[in-house]
Design a protein around this ligand. Structure first.
Ligand SMILES: O=C(O)[C@H](O)[C@@H](O)[C@H](O)[C@H](O)CO
Ligand SMILES: [Zn+2]
Length: 299
């Protein structure tokens, strides 16, 4: 059995590091700093970081099958030409709202880009409630609104057999499941999977492994949890060296390493001194489990 190891690999701090995605072809980790606002790309072989500023808060970035990326930025879905460092609007959401922004997002196994919105925070986790919605951007660039009344749209992923969609609205302190129809891209039959315990903090980003178990980043909880969504039980707790853990994805050789993002926004000097790695990105190895390669937006 491999031994568990937690290493700080990206030492450049993010205000809110989020949305990690492994790019196998170049051995790179793609992620955003929501408040940078920036899209970043860390090369695991050279240890170099390439960055690109966005106009406003950027919640998520995903690869695009035809090249480049798609982002959920402010209230628009936009296309990124990484070589040219150019961003063009695809379409807007939340057009009737004035104070929302995209947060976490991910591509489903059929190439649809799912991303949710939330009210812009006054302080971390302090915001006008019920302002968010969950959307998907389809290959023809039309948008589906799946539901509204969301407080803080966050982690999402699909079961390996595509039958379930797992979702976090952070302020519910739960992980929830829906039945998923991979043919229509529709979600139905919402129910609770796991409720966080007090010291586990606020549920944030998450990803799934090949065994269909969820890896959940716990903001203010300083840990990542492995949860069995079918039984609703916590299988494992991985303690991290900083409290504000925001998201995770599998990457590296055969997708056996878990890359974990964190934040430092809103921390005072005293807690920053105690947690000098807040905002950095960590690699957890030796978990003995594999992740699933990320999907690319097909439009
Ligand atoms: O990373 C995110 O998803 C949010 O945009 C952040 O603001 C925090 O994680 C949130 O405040 C904690 O719940
Ligand atoms: Zn998040």
């Amino acid at each position: 059995m491999a031994t568990l190891k937690v290493e700080c690999v990206v030492k450049e701090k993010n205000e809110i590091g989020e949305g990690p995605v492994w790019e196998e072809k170049d051995g790179c980790l793609l992620y955003v700093d929501i408040y940078g606002p920036k899209i970043n790309r860390w090369n695991s072989l050279t240890n170099q970081i390439e960055s690109m500023c966005t106009e406003t808060y950027v919640g998520c970035v995903v690869p695009r099958r035809s090249g480049g990326y798609v982002i959920g930025e402010g209230t628009r879905f936009a296309a990124v030409d990484w070589e040219r460092r150019a961003i063009t609007t695809i379409t807007k959401v939340d057009t009737e709202k004035t104070n929302t922004r995209f947060n976490d997002g991910k591509v489903d196994p059929a190439g649809r880009f799912f991303a949710g919105t939330m009210a812009v925070e006054v302080r971390p986790a302090e915001l006008e409630r019920k302002q968010g919605s969950l959307y998907s951007l389809l290959p023809d660039h039309s948008v589906v609104k799946h539901f509204d009344q969301v407080d803080l749209s966050n982690g999402l992923d699909w079961s390996p057999d595509h039958r379930f969609f797992y979702y976090v609205d952070s302020l519910t302190y739960m992980v929830e499941a829906f039945d998923y129809d991979i043919h229509t891209g529709g979600v139905a039959n919402r129910r609770m999977v796991y409720r966080l315990e007090k010291d586990e903090g606020i549920p944030d980003g998450m990803c799934i492994d090949v065994e269909g178990k969820l890896w959940l980043a716990c903001y203010n909880g300083g840990r990542v949890l492995r949860i069995d969504p079918l039984t609703g039980t916590r299988l494992q707790t991985v303690k991290m060296p900083v409290a504000k853990i925001t998201s995770c994805c599998f990457g590296g050789k055969d997708y056996t390493d878990l890359y974990v993002t964190s934040a430092c926004k809103g921390m005072d000097e005293e807690s920053l001194a105690k947690q000098p790695q807040a905002g950095c990105i960590f690699k957890v190895s030796g978990l003995g489990v594999k992740g699933i390669p990320p999907n690319s937006f097909s439009g």
